[in-house]
Design a protein around this ligand. Sequence first.
Ligand code: HEM
Length: 510
Amino acid sequence: MEEISQMIPFFSNLVIFFLCTILLILLMRWWASRPWLCTCKICTAYLTSSWSEDFDNIVDWYTHLLRESPTRTIHIHVLRNTITANSDNVEHMLKTKFDNYPKGKPFSSILGDLLGRGIFNADGHSWSFQRKMASLELGSLSVRSYAYQIVSHEVRHRLLPLLDSVSGDGKLLDLQDVFRRFSFDTICKISFGLDPGCLELTLPISEFAKAFDMASRLSAKRATSVSPWVWKLKRILNIGSEKELKRAIGMVNELAREVIKQRRKLGFSGNQDLLSRFMGSIDDDAYLSDIVVSFLLAGRDTVSSGITSFFFLLSKYPEVEAAIIAEIRANMVGEDSHRGEDLEREAVPAVLTYNHLRQLQYVHAALYECMRLHPPVQFDSKFALEDDVLPDGTFVKKGTRVTYHQYAMGRMEHTWGETSNEFDPKRWLDDNGKFAPANPYKFPVFQGGQRVCLGKEMALMEMKSVVVSIVKQFKIDVFANSDYHQSPKFISGLTASLHGGLPAKIRKRN
Ligand code: HEM
C-alpha cells in the first residue's frame, strides 16, 4: 500500500510532464504555422527589405518575381497575400468567380473612415445600387458633354495660360503638381459643381485639396502596417498619423455636407454635376457625401498620374512626340478651317473638339501604351470569401488576400513580347492604323468584369485633352531626378506618383 502511495506523485508528475510536452508541441506547431514566421526566400527579403538592394520600387521586385514564376503567381506568406500576373486568374477573380472575390472587410476597414459607404468601398447590395445609378449617369450624353465642357474650360483658361506664363523663363515647374491641381479642379466641378481653383495662376493652396491629399495618403499608409492592430490602436488612442487622419477626414466631410446643405437650400434640379443628379434619388445626406467623396478619390489622382507618366515617357521617346504632332496637325485641318478666325484671334488657341479628340488613334494608342508601362493603379486586391483554386492551380484559402498586379502584367514578356519594356504606341494599332484594344484581363488597368472602372471614357477624354493641347503648343523638357530610363522611383499610395515630382522647363513651340 505504502509503495503505491509513493508512486502516485511519480505518476502524476509523469502525466503533467506528458501533458506539458504535448501542449508545447502543439504550441510550437501553431506558432510555426503562423504566416508571420515564414522564412522562405521571398518573405525574408520582404521582412528585411533586402529586395531594395536590387530594385528601386517594390513593384519592380514583384515584377521580377512574377516574371520568374512558371505560373506567374507568387505568395508573400507573411502578408497572407497571393499576387498574380496571370490573366486567366484575373478573369477568374473579376468575372467568373466575382462573388467569391469582394473587396472584403480588411480593405473596407482601411478606407472606411474616408469613404464610408461610397461605391469604392462597398460590396453587395449597396455596391450594386450605386453602380447602377452611377453607370446610368456617367453613360449619359449630357454628363459626358458637361464633363467635356468643364475639362476644356480648365485647359483653355487655366492650364494653357499657366504654361504660357512660365514658358521661356528657364524656371522648373513641377508638372506632377500642375496635373494634380488640374484633375482636382475638374473632378470637384464634375462631382460637386464646386470649383476649388487650385490651378489659378498663383497656384494657391486649397485647404480642401490639402485635407483630401492628407486623408487619402494616410488611409493608404494604414495598409502598410505589419498588423491592422497597429493603426487600430493608434486610432483608439487618437495619436500620431491617426489623429491627423481624423482631422483631415473631418474637413473633407464637413465641406461635402456643407455643399449638400446649400444645394438642398438653393435647389438642385437645374444642376448638371453628379451630386445634384444623385440628390434626385437619395435623401440621406451622409450617404450622398460618401458617394461623392468616392468619386473624388476615383477620378483625381488616377488621371493626374496617367498624364504625369505620359510626359515622363514622351521626354524619353522623341519619335513618339513627333508622331503625335503629325497626327494632331493632320486632324487640325478640319478644325482650323471651321474655326480659323477664332484660332488667330485667341492668345491661346482653342482645344480640339470632342469629335476631333475621338479621331486621334495614335494619341489614344500612346495613352494606352503609357498606362501599360505606368498604370495609375499599380495593383488591386480582393479577399477570398471561400476556399478556391485559381486556373493556374494555386490554392486560395478562405480569407486570403489575392492581388492582381497591373504594373507587372504590363511588363510581362509572355504577353507583350521581347519589346515589353519599350514605349511603342504602334503595338496598339491594327494594319489600318486603327486602335485595337487588348483583352481586359491581360490589361486590367481599368479593372475588368462587373467592377470595371466607370470613369474610363471620361478619364481618356481628360487625358487626351491635356496631352493634345500641351503637345500642340509647348515643348516640355523634363529634368527627372535620377538617371532612370523606364522606372522612376514611386511614392507608395493608392495611386502611382513620382518621387520628386516631374520638374520640367516649358518652351513655346514654333
Ligand atoms: C486613368 C484614369 C483611371 C484609371 C486608371 C482608373 C482605374 C480604376 C480601377 C483599377 C478601378 C477598380 C478599383 C477597385 O475596385 O479597387 C476603378 C474603379 C472605379 N473608377 Fe476608375 N480609373 C480612372 C479614372 C476614373 C475617373 C475619372 C472616374 C470618375 C469620374 C472613375 C470612377 C471609378 C469608379 C466609380 C470606380 C468604382 C467602380 C465599382 O466599384 O463598381 N475612374 N477605376
